[in-house]
Design a protein. Structure first.
Length: 429
């Protein structure tokens, strides 16, 4: 039996392919039988081969621990305490919290295991100290906190660095506060307090920063409500995104209220769409589609509501409105630039000739607004360029015509859209 298992493990190792899960378990069971038969040399030989095989395999932590534990026990059986301790250290390297049952093992085994656990903790702590020092010196206090949590409170040298790390976090928060970056400031103060709860300045500034954030939130909420009520949806969407960014969990009362208002308005528009669909009034349908596109604060918002829109495709009455732009598959609809650009896959920048470089030096901040049509395949056709420098316009036209978008879909399938692309041109420093 031993020869069969041993040869199988050699085959697994030589091909660098993980064997069937039951093969390792079978080998471990056989090694255990050899151990209880006091055939320690044979047990160690087989376990060493298993240990080598498991090193090349991801996961399987429990089997790796079992193998090293059995190796430690077999070496104790041969009175090789130093080797047993080394394998116990391997066990605790895999799981620092691993515990032996004192009722199942002899006092000698428990003593060697305890010694190995303490030694491995020192090794782990020494390595962590080096990383912790580099994190504090680099101002990466979040990384220091993560390391501290992973090592636990048993590493005294890390605990001794708490005050120093807290001061670094506090100073980082104070600098962010002066710059008006209140979210970053609060993060710094809260990290300082986690490391040093008695840090009074961090506590005072944290309370002050929360007040600043709340005032800003209230102001944004008032601005959003005014823009939303006035149907200035582009501005309302910008305020909404700021509010969500500050409320990191995005499920606070203001965010819930705003999303509820958006959903109510979106549901009303979808209901209007479905009522108009039967009449085939394409002008009204396109107007509703445009309102929905403008309303959405995020491209994916309200997908469950929009999925209720009835298909109003080629069965509708012919379009007689001059505002609807026809193409081979139906009509293009207007899309806000912000929404269109979320679908951008490939961007090509304009090529600046020497003449254009001189022009941009004389005009360091040039904004060009390009009217464009994006077809069903995501290809771009420039439909209108502003008056201005013809050479600049030509370079911009050639670049934008090479842009590529992901296909844009709605309830009727893939659509073409009309949009405006805004380019801010300046020479690189």
């Amino acid at each position: 039996m031993f020869g069969i298992v041993f040869s199988l493990l050699m085959a697994v190792q030589s091909t660098a392919q993980p064997g069937p899960p039951d093969e390792i378990k079978e080998a471990l069971s056989h090694a255990e039988a050899l151990y209880y038969a006091a055939r320690f040399d044979e047990s160690i030989a087989l376990l060493t081969r298993i240990d080598d095989v498991l090193k090349s395999q991801a996961g399987r932590q429990q089997e790796k621990i079992d193998t090293k534990l059995r190796l430690a026990l077999a070496h104790i059986g041969m009175n090789e305490t130093a080797k047993a301790k080394a394998f116990f250290m391997g066990v605790y390297a895999l799981n620092p919290e691993y515990a032996l049952d004192a009722q199942q093992f002899s006092p000698k085994v428990m003593a060697v295991a305890s010694d190995a656990k303490n030694e491995q903790a020192k090794v782990r702590c020494s390595s962590a100290q080096t990383d912790a020092r580099s994190y504090v010196e680099a101002g990466e206090i979040q990384s220091f906190l993560d390391l501290r949590r992973s090592v636990g409170a048993k590493c005294a040298v890390l605990e001794a660095m708490n005050s120093e790390a807290a001061e670094v976090a506090y100073k980082s928060g104070a600098a962010a506060y002066k710059r008006g970056e209140f979210s970053n400031a609060l993060s710094g103060f809260e990290m300082a307090l986690e490391l040093s709860p008695e840090h009074e300045l961090a506590r005072e500034y944290a309370d002050l920063t929360r007040g600043k954030i709340q005032v800003g939130q209230d102001r944004l909420l008032v601005q959003w409500q005014a823009d939303f009520d006035a149907h200035r949806f582009t501005a309302a969407g910008a305020a909404y995104r700021q509010i969500v960014a500050v409320n990191e969990r995005a499920n606070t009362t203001p965010v819930s209220h705003i999303r509820s208002e958006y959903r109510k308005t979106l549901s009303s528009l979808v209901e209007s769409w479905n009522q108009t669909c039967a009449s085939g009034d394409r002008a009204t349908l396109n107007a509703i589609r445009g309102q929905i596109s403008e309303l959405l604060p995020e491209p994916s918002f309200g997908e469950d509501i929009r999925s209720q829109m009835m298909p109003c495709g080629e069965t509708n009455k012919p379009d007689t409105s001059a505002t609807v732009k026809g193409n081979s598959s139906g009509s293009c609809f207007e899309m806000q630039p912000q929404l269109a650009l979320t679908r951008l896959k490939t961007r090509v920048d304009p090529v600046f000739t020497n003449e254009l470089r001189l022009y941009l030096k004389a005009n360091p901040q040039v904004v060009v607004r390009v009217k464009a049509r994006i077809n069903e395949n995501g290809d771009v056709t420039v439909t209108k360029m502003p008056d201005g420098n013809p050479i600049l316009n030509s370079a911009v036209r050639e670049a934008v015509a090479q842009w590529k978008f992901a296909p844009i879909r709605d309830d009727a399938g893939v659509r073409c859209v009309e949009t405006e692309i805004v380019l801010s041109l300046k020479l690189a420093q």
